[in-house]
Design a protein around this ligand. Structure first.
Ligand code: PLP
Length: 387
């Protein structure tokens, strides 16, 4: 494609040019000294973003592989788990646990809302025999644009021995996650979202409590065996051939995090979210998530009454080169999703809102040109000095 494309997806996200260059560094011997330096450096960098001293293992896989690793390393067939689902990825986590023979007590919350922590408290209080071995939760539910409160979950867990296993594939590196301070046992994330590198690696953090559970776990594992990954990491290696380009890219991406600092990154993501929400609302569009739980990574927008979300996305892509995500499962063709995480700037959102106005107008929706852009500009200008 010759024209510039706006990749406004909640993953994969655009890759900064300096990271693209690092992706094409020459390959190296993954059993040699340069790799040892590389893997140790990126592991430390990822720990910085996780805000943890726990082990973090880097696996050659997309995010779902990390979710599977979170199940097979710490649970056994027959273990009871509490799965909290607010969307498609919460469902996926529960399904993986089921696949490995766990007894899944799944609680579904309305799509577009966050986990009701009072209900979780009731569940844990009722579990007098402390049978739940783990609580599964999606940090940022990408299918709905809703963020769950991990800190609140950790408080509610209190002394209950259940591990907290988190899918933060689209949350880590975008929103503040204090792994150690909040006592989160296992957090999974992946390359192609907040970390701004192409898909192909995922990360899994493991608390000491989770390692104790690993010793008891009877789920079959070989490729996903985190104990093996830890042993290899201790000698500066990985059990299998690593995704070398992703790791040199990651080294560069992590430099951006340290140069900018986490506070900057998280504040910027909230800023981009607020620009998006203001622009969409000013066009009279309804948002799926309310402000209390709105994701800083992705905004889900209802197509206006009588309009198909797929038609909006098609026109945006074909006529304006703006690539948006669609709705998943029961939200298919009802919503469209604007990703605003990673290497995205305020003016990318302004362009997206501008294209959205024209698209809706041309499709015959009752919008006035300039309204969304103006609201977005106002948010941009109001916070310019903050970043
Ligand atoms: N969990 C969440 C919250 C996601 O957003 C995604 C991908 O979009 C996944 C899991 C699955 O990750 P992958 O497609 O990298 O396997």
């Amino acid at each position: 494609m010759y024209e510039k494309e706006y990749l406004m997806l909640p993953g994969p996200t655009p890759v900064p040019p300096r990271v693209l260059r690092a992706l094409s560094e020459p390959l190296m011997n993954h059993r040699g000294p340069s790799f040892k330096v590389l893997i140790e450096e990126v592991t430390e960098g990822v720990k910085y973003v996780y805000q943890t001293k726990n082990d973090v293992l880097i696996l050659p896989s997309s995010g779902t592989g990390g979710m599977e690793a979170a199940i097979v390393n710490f649970l056994s067939p027959g273990d009871k788990v509490l799965a909290l689902s607010i969307g498609a990825f919460g469902d996926r986590f529960a399904t993986i646990a089921q696949t490995y023979g766990c007894i899944v007590d799944k609680v579904d919350f309305e799509w577009g809302t966050a986990v009701d922590m009072n209900l979780v408290k009731e569940k844990l209080d009722a579990d007098k025999k402390q049978e739940y071995k783990a609580i599964l939760i999606t940090h940022n539910e990408t299918s709905t644009g809703v963020c769950n409160d991990l800190q609140a979950l950790s408080k509610i867990r209190g002394d209950h021995p259940a591990l907290i296993l988190v899918d933060s594939v689209s949350g880590l590196g975008v929103m503040d996650v204090k792994t150690d301070e909040w006592g989160i046992d296992v957090i999974v994330t992946a390359a192609q979202k907040g970390f701004m590198i192409p898909p192909g690696v995922c990360f899994v953090s493991v608390s000491p409590r989770a390692w104790a559970a690993y010793e008891q776990s009877k789920c079959p594992k070989f490729y996903w065996d985190l104990g093996s990954a830890k042993k290899f990491l201790e000698k500066g290696q990985t059990p299998v051939t690593p995704a070398l380009p992703q790791l040199t890219g990651l080294r560069e991406a992590l430099k951006i995090f340290t140069e900018k600092g986490l506070d900057y990154v998280f504040a910027k993501q909230l800023y981009l979210r607020d620009i998006t929400r203001a622009g969409a609302r000013a066009l009279g569009l309804k948002l799926l998530a309310d402000d209390s739980c709105a994701s800083a990574a992705v905004t889900a927008v209802w197509a206006p009454e009588g309009f198909e979300a797929k038609a909006i996305n098609k026109k945006m892509r074909e006529e304006y080169n703006v690539v948006l995500a669609g709705g998943q499962k029961k939200l298919e063709n009802k919503i469209f999703r604007i990703g605003h995480l990673g290497y995205v700037q305020h003016l990318d959102i302004l362009a997206t809102i501008g294209a959205l106005e024209m698209t809706l107008k041309e499709l015959g929706a009752p919008v006035e040109l300039g309204q969304g852009v103006k609201a977005a500009q106002e948010v941009i200008m109001s916070r310019k000095g903050l970043l």
